[in-house]
Each structure stands twice: as structure tokens, then as C-alpha cells.
Design a protein around this ligand. Structure first.
Ligand code: FAD
Length: 311
């Protein structure tokens, strides 16, 4: 059976949860569809979220869902949205997980499905990611302050990131893995700030008894490092929106106006699936709240929408 809602929010990270919470409080019926695969699940503790500094990512979401589901207008489906299509008065959201198909209709859809990360392809990368290696300096730089740090990646913004990292440590080695992503001029600038650029190919990140000890180069040399940061490639998870063909930017992120409206009437977006991409938890939550207010106002309609009899 198809259930109907005012708003379907796809994605239950901080952006989607915050949008849904603010919309039920505006007396809207809201369906939250979430696959529950947080981008930050690799880490044990989340930092920088006011009043929740150090909380586990899953606990933050659990608290968010608990708050949301205390309102009678809220419904939560843990499943995967596979297709959103246009109907006469809004959208149909098709979901499927392990063969179980569910559909809902909604006047509005908010896309809040975040990003996928592709990490540098090293054998032990996953084992260190979230503990010794991180991607967000604002989130985890403090906890690695003053340590001998590695910065690994193959993206042209690597030098810029190395500069930022120097706020947390003055012992940094940048590993390009052999990719031509740091120019000679950038290297000279980094060297002047005491940051070394290592251009040899990287074999792996190594350690002992759960503690990272270094970055092993392809020639066998190990550069001692106790922690570091990586520069993943990010891509949005938007396959379910393909039937709507919303406008995307060059990075594949949803193009939105200042109010979170996409190029498709009735489709809004919040959080990291919109430009500029990677953010922080509190920024994503703020974006959800902001878009919720716009959606609610748009659903109220204008004076011109009143029936002739009362105009
Ligand atoms: C390792 C790591 C550590 C981090 N640490 C911090 C930190 O300490 N502090 C901080 O502020 N930020 C941190 N971040 C960044 C933070 O995780 C993101 O800024 C935030 O999660 C973005 O929120 P979001 O709601 O846009 O997307 P997400 O949190 O990624 O949520 C998107 C949700 O959508 C769901 N989804 C995707 N596709 C579908 C679909 N088709 N159907 C249904 N559901 C779907 C996903 O399962 C997920 O639950 C970290 C990120 C990483 C990778």
C-alpha cells in the first residue's frame, strides 16, 4: 500500500534529520527514508558539534531519530530510496531493501543523501581510517596536534590542504604517491614552511599493535609518522533522482538556489549532496533546518492561491 506524506526526506544524516524535525514541528507529515550508512561511521567520536563534542556518530543519529519520532507527524523507514518520479500532485518515492519494496507519495521531496568517499587505494587504508587517519582537519586536527603527520592524496588541492594542516602540526610530510599534483612552485612554498613533499610511490600505511608507525614507500623505506590525513575523492549518492534529471554541477552535486530549491519543482536538497560538498555535522544540520523553513513556507502558498470567494 502506498502511504502519503507532505514531505519525504531521503537521507537521515544530520541534514535530513534536522529538516524532518523542523517540518514535523511545523505540523507537516514527514517520511524519513534512510539507509543508515553514515559517512562518518568509520570514526568512533565526532567532534565540533555544539553540546555533543566527542559523541559517537551512531549515538548522534539515534538521539536525532528519537527526538523526531516523538512527534506524531513523523514516520521513519530504514530502507534505500531507489527512484523518485513525478506524479500528478507531487512525487512517488520507491524504496527497496533486501527484496522488500515500499512506496510513498509526497508533495515535496528533500534530498539529503550526502556523499560517498573513495579513499587512496592502499591495502591497509580502511584499517587506519577513522582512528589514525582522517579526512576532516577541522574535525580531527585537534586530536592529532603536534604529532608527526602524513598527508596522503592525489588531488590538485593537496598543497592547499598541507598548508591548512600546518595549523595543527609543524611536522608534516605530504605523500603524492607519484601523482603530479603538487607543482614545483607549491613545493617551494611548502618547503619554506617546513613541510616536506615526498613524491615516491606509496606501498601502504604501517603500524604495530594498533598504532600507526609510518608510511611505507614502494622501495621499502618507511617514513615514520604516527597519524595523518587523507584527501578522498567525493561523489554524491544521487542515483534515485535520475528519473527527475535535476541540474548537477561539474562535481555531480545538486545545484540549488539560496533556499535549497533544485531545478525540479518541489525537489529540495540539504547537506553535503549540494555544492560545495563536504561539510561538518553542525553545518549539515543547519542546512536541513534552513531548507525546512523554506519548504514549509512554500507549502503554505501565497495569497494568490486563495479561492476566488475569499479574495
Ligand atoms: C570519517 C569521518 C569523520 C568525520 N568526523 C566528523 C566530526 O568529527 N565532526 C563533524 O562535524 N563532521 C565530521 N565528518 C563529516 C560529517 O560526517 C558530515 O559533514 C555529515 O555527516 C554530513 O551530513 P549529511 O546529512 O549531509 O550526510 P550523511 O551524514 O552522509 O547522511 C546521508 C544519509 O543518507 C543515506 N542515504 C544515502 N543514499 C540513500 C538512499 N538512496 N536512500 C536512503 N538513504 C540514503 C545514508 O545512508 C546516510 O545515512 C566526518 C566525516 C567522515 C567521513
Amino acid at each position: 500500500m502506498t502511504e502519503s506524506f507532505d514531505v519525504a526526506v531521503v537521507g537521515g544524516g544530520p541534514a535530513g534529520l534536522s529538516a524532518a524535525l523542523n517540518l514535523v514541528r511545523a505540523r507537516r507529515t514527514v517520511l524519513l527514508v534512510d539507509a543508515n550508512r553514515p559517512r562518518n561511521s568509520a570514526t568512533l567520536r565526532s567532534h565540533g558539534y555544539l553540546t555533543r563534542d566527542g559523541i559517537s556518530p551512531l549515538e548522534l543519529r539515534r538521539l536525532g531519530r528519537e527526538e523526531l519520532l516523538a512527534y506524531e507527524g513523523a514516520t521513519h523507514w530504514q530502507t534505500i530510496a531507489t527512484a523518485v518520479t513525478v506524479t500528478a500532485d507531487g512525487f512517488e518515492v520507491r524504496c527497496e531493501q533486501r527484496g522488500e519494496v515500499r512506496t510513498a507519495t509526497a508533495r515535496i521531496v528533500i534530498a539529503a543523501t550526502g556523499l560517498h568517499e573513495t579513499l587512496p587505494a592502499l591495502p591497509s587504508m580502511r584499517a587506519w581510517y577513522g582512528t589514525a587517519l582522517h579526512s576532516c582537519m577541522e574535525c580531527d586536527g585537534w586530536d592529532k596536534r603536534d604529532e608527526p603527520l602524513a598527508l596522503l592524496g592525489a588531488h590538485p588541492d593537496l598543497a592547499e590542504r598541507a598548508l591548512l594542516l600546518s595549523q595543527w602540526s609543524d611536522d608534516i610530510v605530504v605523500f603524492t604517491g607519484g601523482a603530479e599534483v603538487v607543482t614545483a612552485a607549491e613545493e617551494a612554498g611548502l618547503t619554506a614552511r617546513g613541510i616536506r613533499v615526498e613524491r615516491r610511490a606509496v606501498r601502504d600505511v604501517v603500524g604495530e599493535r594498533g598504532a600507526m608507525t609510518g608510511v611505507e614507500l614502494a622501495d621499502g623505506e618507511v617514513v615514520p609518522r604516527t597519524a595523518g590525513f587523507v584527501r578522498p575523492e567525493w561523489s554524491p549518492a544521487l542515483e534515485y533522482l535520475e528519473p527527475l534529471s535535476p541540474r548537477l554541477d561539474d562535481d555531480g552535486l545538486l545545484v540549488v538556489d539560496d533556499h535549497g530549491r533544485t531545478s525540479v519543482d518541489g525537489l529540495y536538497a540539504a547537506g553535503e549532496s549540494t555544492a560545495p560538498g563536504p561539510q561538518q555535522l553542525i553545518v549539515a544540520a543547519g542546512s536541513g533546518a534552513r531548507i525546512a523553513a523554506v519548504v514549509n513556507r512554500d507549502l503554505v502558498g501565497g495569497l494568490q492561491d486563495l479561492p476566488d470567494a475569499v479574495q
